[in-house]
Design a protein around this ligand. Sequence first.
Ligand SMILES: [Zn+2]
Length: 156
Amino acid sequence: MVYVLDTSAILSGKFFGSNIATTPKILEEIKPKGHSWRLLEYMKSIGMKVIEPPGEAIKEVIEAAKRTGDIANLSEADIEAIALAYHLKAILLTDDYSMQNVAEELHIEYRSIVEEGIKEKFYWKFRCEACGRFFEKYQKICPVCGGKIRRTIKKN
Ligand SMILES: [Zn+2]
């Protein structure tokens, strides 16, 4: 089963497995550099696909959002994410009530991020390549041995 992630799902920093996808407009909402960008890079590195949903699917979503009265609350990126879940018959991951509501209308399966993410949380860790020590914060070189520091994921 594929999960379609909206912006908040990506920025939650939670681990949803590697069978994940998002859309080009969702990516546009994430600012380059900083913590959110690193989360995005991480999601891509574990296999997140970026897929543009077909126009047909977008049309369906817009019509459904008009029916439910959610259209005014949805950004283009939101609509695209719902449309991708619709197209892929995927599970939409979002905490946004309007998005959930439209998903419901179109019989798209959805989960809230808190609910879904809680099973497999991960934390960023930084590890020295040379001596293997872990650090909580990023630093260029290991203060103990001078080795290179790499970012790793620690699940728990
Ligand atoms: Zn070291």
